[in-house]
Design a protein around this ligand. Structure first.
Ligand code: PFF
Length: 468
């Protein structure tokens, strides 16, 4: 019989928090959040998003960490130990599948970012002054680049190779060590960029758009009441999906990271810290981007292209733009790597735990599979642009389905597991190691039983029924 390998653990609580925060802070915060906020009405969207984080994000994150820490297993194995002989393990299976899908397209965008780090260093993306065509020229440059199959597939490969290198080195020597170096750099760069953006002339309009909700009057029969202007039902689903995506919830990433915690590690403090850091960084990213966009007289709703069309034009038209462009793309690249490794770790932990493979064998195999699944997404902007499924490109379909359905559904099921499947034992399990007798435990369990799953279910069903 082969000797059983000991489970890896984090070296310190601080290391775990940095790694988990690194997972949460990613393209979701810096690429997606500012542009979906721009598209869905600015500050009103921010308010709904924050509500989703509190009512849904916090309880689900706590649930994932508690399940992982108690079971000390990968997402599938965890349900198997806690509730043997029941179908709950399927929640874990869904999470692992979501991991494959999400990383496959996440890595395509992250690959572009890596390319833009090099392009910004060589000055290739800061020549788009107004005289040279501004945002339109930047857009044409980006489209030409993303449409090139060799470049998009090649950078996708490179990003996965970087993630695989880190994950290959293990939990403490790879993920934790990388997070300890990269996260402080990320924070420092972001602060420099925020200060710079806020001091540009004309920045105030961007801050206002971002932080002050527009109110309109809505009439229902004889009653009229104030409501957020521009806030639609779809925006609520998008905010919910984004809360899951941004906090890395619903597919077992936090569960897996939680499984490397020792049993006496505090959970409520960690949950709050990770969620708070993630939210603050998303808000700061918006504060670094939107004021600069307004200051240059450009539109804030540039869609996914905000980063690749609008920003290069912004950087091109200001003194010192090259330096800020390099800093900015390095920042996003760091955020993407520390998230990418957490998704890869979910899949890796599953193969190691359930199939008994060694890490050194799992990592190249799963990274290779993810690379292949990602190829259609990498080609979605060029050769395979015409391929439409349900009216969306392959890339968009992967993003839409995983962020808006798989992750919320996964989160809903995790909340139900804790609330009903695992039952009262959950409180005791989660309270272990807590500093203050876990005062939040009862509220948490109650939320996992009621508000959290109901809120997620209502939003998903409303969307499927075509309301909003
Ligand atoms: N939270 C990451 C981001 O905001 O970019 C993305 C992500 C990481 C989603 C890990 C899901 C996950 F399990």
């Amino acid at each position: 019989m082969k000797p059983k390998r000991l489970r890896e653990h984090w070296g310190s609580r601080f290391g775990f928090i940095l790694a988990a925060t690194g997972s949460a802070i990613g393209l979701g915060n810096i690429w997606k959040f500012p542009y979906i906020t721009g598209e869905h009405g600015g500050a009103a969207f921010v308010v709904v998003y924050l509500l989703c984080i509190i009512v849904i994000g916090l309880p689900v994150m706590m649930a994932e960490l508690a399940v992982g820490r108690t079971a000390q297993r990968n997402p599938v194995g965890a349900y198997r130990v806690l509730r043997p002989g029941t179908p709950w393990f399927l929640v874990g299976v869904m999470g692992v599948l979501a991991g494959f899908v999400i990383l496959s397209y996440y890595s395509v965008v992250a690959g572009w970012i890596l390319a833009y780090v090099f392009k910004s260093i060589s000055g290739a993306v800061t020549g788009f002054t107004a005289a040279a065509g501004g945002a339109e020229a930047a857009k044409a440059h980006f489209q030409g680049f993303a449409a090139h199959p060799g470049w998009s597939v090649g950078w996708h490969f490179l990003f996965l190779a970087v993630c695989a290198f880190i994950v290959y080195r293990g939990v403490k020597g790879g993920i934790e060590a990388a997070s300890k170096i990269l996260m402080p750099i990320l924070l420092a760069i972001l602060l420099v960029l925020v200060v710079w953006s806020l001091t540009l002339p004309g920045a105030a309009a961007g801050v206002k758009f971002y932080l002050v909700p527009k109110i309109t009057t809505v009439s229902v029969g004889p009653l009229s009441f104030p409501f957020f202007k521009g806030l639609t039902g779809s925006a609520v689903l998008i905010a919910l999906g984004h809360a899951f995506f941004s906090l890395s919830l619903g597919m077992g990433a936090m569960l897996t990271y939680g499984s490397y915690l020792k049993k006496d590690a505090d959970l409520s403090f960690s949950t709050m810290t990770i969620a708070l850091m993630d939210t603050v960084i998303a808000l700061l990213a918006g504060l670094a981007l939107l004021p600069a966009v307004f200051a240059m007289g450009l539109a804030p709703d540039g869609g996914p292209g905000l980063l690749f069309h609008t920003l290069p034009a912004v950087f091109s038209s200001m003194p010192g733009g090259v330096v800020f462009a390099v800093l900015f793309f390095v920042l996003v690249a760091i955020a993407a790597v520390t998230s990418g490794i957490s998704i890869l770790e979910v899949v890796t932990a599953f193969f190691m735990g359930e199939l008994g493979w060694r890490r050194s064998r799992v990592v190249p195999v799963v990274a290779g599979i993810i690379f292949l699944i990602g190829i259609p997404s990498a080609l979605s902007f060029g050769a395979w642009e015409g391929l439409r499924l349900f009216g969306l490109s392959f890339f968009d379909l992967m993003d839409y389905l995983s962020a808006n359905f798989f992750l919320p559904l996964g989160g809903l099921l995790i909340a139900l597991f804790v609330g009903w499947g695992w039952g009262p034992k959950a409180i005791a399990a989660a309270a272990e190691g807590s500093y203050h007798g876990f005062p939040t435990g009862k509220i948490w369990l109650w939320m996992c039983r009621t508000i959290t799953p109901i809120a997620v279910a209502v939003i998903i069903i409303a969307k499927l029924a075509g309301i909003g």
